[in-house]
Design a protein around this ligand. Structure first.
Ligand code: URA
Length: 267
């Protein structure tokens, strides 16, 4: 079969649709072996959490820290950070989340950390992974338009982050273990940013931070979120990626945005 430019473009589009978003080369590589070789030099989990007797018998290269050890390590690291910059540095040094190995970038935050509103999405996609910033792709552009509709922008009013700072391969939904491991970091990020209002975008963010499941049923209701230092108002709303697929649901998101605007007007 001869490959013309159109067939090649169609093949690439199909790969992207299937979640294959990175071009490697034609020689197969065992990336698990490569990661294992790097592991001993990059394993702060073992330093931060005393190893269990079982873990003590294993070499760090043989197995990554179990999820509960990694979550404990994450909590200890996050608690030590006293500024957002320190937290970003701590995340960059953290090796307990397997997503880091396949991601290109740590996607920490964008916007104004002094803004009254903090928006927390799910996890970076391919565009965000490339740019190292949250919500820069199609979903992000829609999010910016949604915020603009109530007079907000990320430069001045809104601080934006994600439940997970690394892209899950192929944009799959993060596993409960991945969420549990990364949760202490985003919780600390919220505490340090200290917004007046937290907006959880999409089901995983609402579930992870507010403990509610079923985004269609739980969106649009005001809840209390304890940052660790104070209680703030929080609301869950629909994810712009979902709204791009289901544009009729934008009317629900619009209701949530109006509720957000009304709450901001009382501050
Ligand atoms: N979707 C998210 O939840 N976060 C991003 O940063 C991009 C897309």
């Amino acid at each position: 079969m001869s490959f013309d430019a159109i067939s090649a473009a169609e093949l690439i589009a199909w790969y992207a649709e299937m979640g294959v978003t990175e071009a490697l080369d034609e020689t197969p590589h065992d990336h698990f072996a490569a990661a294992a070789e790097l592991a001993p030099a990059r394993q702060p989990v073992a330093r931060l959490v005393p190893p269990t007797p079982q873990a003590a018998g294993r070499s760090a290269a043989a197995a990554p820290a179990p999820p509960d050890e990694a979550a404990l390590s994450a909590r200890a690291l996050a608690r030590e950070a006293t500024t957002l910059d320190e937290l970003k540095t701590a995340l960059a040094s953290f090796e307990g989340c397997p997503l880091k190995a396949s991601a290109k970038s740590l996607v920490f935050a964008d916007g104004n950390p002094a803004g009254k509103v903090m928006v927390v999405g799910e996890a970076p996609g391919a565009d965000e992974d490339r740019a190292g910033l949250p919500f820069v792709g199609r979903s992000g552009q829609l999010l910016d338009r949604m915020l603009a509709a109530i007079g907000l922008n990320r430069q001045e009013h809104v601080y934006i982050a994600n439940l997970l700072p690394w892209r899950p391969p192929g944009n799959r939904t993060p596993t409960p273990q991945e969420v549990a491991i990364c949760l202490p970091f985003i919780q600390r990020q919220i505490e340090l940013a200290d917004p007046d209002i937290l907006v959880c975008i999409g089901g995983p963010s609402a579930q992870g931070l507010l403990g509610v499941s079923g985004i269609l049923a739980s969106r649009g209701r005001w809840r209390e979120y304890d940052t660790g230092t104070r209680t703030i108002r929080a609301i869950a709303t629909l994810h712009p990626a979902y709204l791009l697929r289901q544009p009729l649901q934008k009317r629900l998101a619009w209701r949530d945005l109006r509720a957000l605007k009304a709450a901001l007007d009382t501050l």
